[in-house]
Design a protein around this ligand. Sequence first.
Ligand code: MN
Length: 240
Amino acid sequence: MTEEILFISDLHLDRNNPGITAHFLKFIKTRAADVRVLYILGDLFEVWSGDDSPVEEFNDIFNALQNLANTTNIYFMHGNRDFLVGQQLAQKAGFSIIQSPTVITLGSTQVALLHGDELCTDDQAYQAFRKEVREQKWQHQFLAKSLSERLAITAQLRAKSNLEMTGKSVDIMDVNQQAVKDTFDRLKVSIMIHGHTHRPAIHLLDQHRRRFVLGDWKPEPSYISWSDGELKLIDSRVKT
Ligand code: MN
């Protein structure tokens, strides 16, 4: 067991993309095997229609996570694709659900963990949708529908989201700089780690504050490691 902590997000596990599932299984069993904590910062799944949705294609993943949980603390944060992951799956896969944002301490540094969609405030249509679907009332009503109804609705939402994305400018779908600064100030942290935008990078807000952005998996892993007092972004697209 090492003191290392790993952060991942945006795998978008999908039965139509078994390559990423295979990479993640290997990652759990090798790279993450003896770390102290694994944080999954949202959009682990391309879509999640409720914990009772049939996802046999991920059973190996759930078993491997459950097994890893014997020695490693695993935390999961909802993304915009899998905000309906609930306690049933948490138990099955051996993780605890944490809220976005969550502030943790690494060494003596305060670090904020977020999915990142809440920072994309230029996309007002999306923020309105996010507010609606994150309400308990909406989620209760949705989860009370039959599975087939839910699968149909999430398929529709995905198609709508993909269609809208093609019409939105690249800038609108990135983080808003003022929202980033406000979040740093509000949470009183000097480091922020998030995913969502699929733009892996390390940004300097100022001399004292850094923002680490995780990448999606293509299908190779993109992850952040905290080890020996140092944070590193490991992503083949980012030169360090
Ligand atoms: Mn996302």
